[in-house]
Design a protein around this ligand. Structure first.
Ligand code: NAX
Length: 327
C-alpha cells in the first residue's frame, strides 16, 4: 500500500478544474495504486470558494478509493504545503479592453506569489505544471520566484498542442493516433508554436514520406493546430477544457511514470539546447524516466523549421522581457 502523495490544483473551481480533479482522484494521472490528497486553491472571492465547496461535495460523492483527503484553500502558502505535484491552472483571463502588457503584469503578480509559496512550503521534489496562460511565461515567472527549488521542476503545458497535432496527422494519413511516435511541438503555447512531424513515424515508417505534402504542412496543418483553441471557442462558446485537462493528465503521468522511450512534448526551461537562451521555457521533445525528463538533442533543424522556431522564440522573448522588471 503506497503512501498518499499531495497534489495541489489551482483554479480548482474553473472549467478545466472540473474536467481534471475527478480523473486525478480516480488514479488516471499517477496510477491506480497511488492514493492522492487534493489541495485545492481558489481565489478568496465568496463565489469562487462556494463553487469550490460544490466541487468538493461532488468529489466526496464519487467515493474514490484512492482519494485520501481533500482540502480547500484561498492562500497558496497553505495550498502548496508539502505538495509533491502542483498543477497551476488558475490565471487571470484577458478582460475587455485589457492590453497584452496588462495581462502579462496581472499574471506576473499571481505567478510570482505562487512561485514564492512553492519555494517556501512545497516538497523539494515538487513537479510543477503551468496550464494557465500565458503558460510558458507564467512558468518562467514561477521558476524565477522559487530560487531554492531546482529550475527543472517547472514546466509549461504544450501537450494539448502535441495531442492536437497527433490527431490531425492521424486524420490526414489514415493512421491510428496511438501509432504515431516521435512527434513534437516547439516553442510557445500560442498560435506561433511549431508542430514538427519531420521525425514522426508510424509503425517505424516516416510520416513525412507518407504524407509528402509541404503545402499541406504549411497551409493547413500548422494553422489548424495553431488556431485550434480559437476554433473551439468559436464552436462551443467556451475555451477547451476537457482536452486541456486530458493533456495535463498526460503531461504529469508521463513525467511521473515515464514515457517508455517515447517522445512527449513539454515546455521546459532551456539550458541552451537548439540555441534557445537559458531559462526560456520552451516546448521541446523530451523523454522521461524515473521522474526526470531529458530534452532530445541533436535533431537536424532545416531552414523552414529554423524560421518557425525563431518566430516562436521571438514571441516568448518579448513576453519574458516584458515581465523582467516585475521579477
Ligand atoms: P476558468 O475561468 O473556467 O477557471 C479559472 C479558475 O481559476 C477560476 O475559477 C478562477 O477563480 C481561478 N483563479 C484565477 N486566479 C487564481 C489564482 N490566483 N489562484 C487560484 N485560482 C485562481 O478557466 P479555465 O477554462 O479553467 O482555464 C484556466 C486557464 O487555462 C486559462 O488561463 C486558460 O487560458 C488556460 N488554458 C491553457 C491551455 C494550455 O494548453 N496551456 C489550454 C486550455 C486553456 O485555455
Amino acid at each position: 500500500n503506497k503512501k498518499p502523495v499531495r497534489v495541489a490544483v489551482t483554479g480548482a473551481a474553473g472549467q478545466i478544474g472540473y474536467a481534471l480533479l475527478f480523473r486525478i482522484a480516480s488514479g488516471e494521472m499517477l496510477g491506480k495504486d497511488q492514493p492522492v490528497i487534493l489541495q485545492l486553491l481558489e481565489i478568496p472571492d465568496e463565489k469562487a470558494q462556494n463553487a469550490l465547496k460544490g466541487v468538493i461535495m461532488e468529489l466526496e460523492d464519487c467515493a474514490f478509493p484512492l482519494l485520501a483527503g481533500i482540502e480547500a484553500h484561498s492562500d497558496p502558502m497553505t495550498a502548496f504545503k508539502d505538495t509533491d505535484y502542483a498543477l497551476l491552472v488558475g490565471a487571470r483571463p484577458r478582460g475587455p479592453g485589457m492590453e497584452r502588457a496588462d495581462l502579462l503584469a496581472a499574471n506576473a503578480q499571481i505567478f510570482t506569489a505562487q512561485g514564492k509559496a512553492l519555494n517556501a512550503v512545497a516538497s523539494r521534489d515538487v513537479k510543477v505544471l503551468v496550464v494557465g496562460n500565458p503558460a510558458n511565461t507564467n512558468a518562467h515567472i514561477a521558476m524565477k520566484s522559487a530560487p531554492d527549488l531546482p529550475r527543472e521542476n517547472f514546466t509549461a503545458m504544450l501537450r494539448l498542442d502535441h495531442n492536437r497535432a497527433a490527431s490531425q496527422l492521424a486524420a490526414k494519413g489514415g493512421f491510428k493516433v496511438g501509432d504515431i511516435k516521435h512527434l513534437t511541438v516547439w516553442g510557445n503555447h500560442s498560435p506561433t508554436m511549431y508542430a514538427d512531424y519531420r521525425f514522426a513515424t508510424v509503425n517505424g515508417e516516416s510520416v513525412k514520406d507518407k504524407i509528402n505534402d509541404q503545402a499541406w504542412n504549411k497551409d493547413v496543418f500548422l494553422p489548424t493546430v495553431g488556431k485550434r483553441g480559437a476554433a473551439i471557442i468559436a464552436a462551443r462558446g467556451l475555451s477547451s477544457a476537457a482536452s486541456a485537462a486530458n493533456a495535463a493528465i498526460d503531461h504529469m503521468r508521463d513525467w511521473a511514470l515515464g514515457s517508455k522511450g517515447e517522445w512527449v512534448t513539454m515546455g521546459v526551461p532551456s539550458n541552451g539546447e537548439y540555441g534557445i537562451p537559458k531559462d526560456i521555457v520552451f516546448g521541446f521533445p523530451v523523454t522521461t524516466e524515473n521522474g526526470k525528463y531529458k530534452i532530445v538533442e541533436g535533431l537536424d533543424i532545416d531552414a523552414f523549421s529554423q524560421e518557425r522556431i525563431d518566430a516562436t522564440l521571438a514571441e516568448l522573448q518579448g513576453e519574458q522581457d516584458g515581465v523582467k522588471h516585475l521579477l
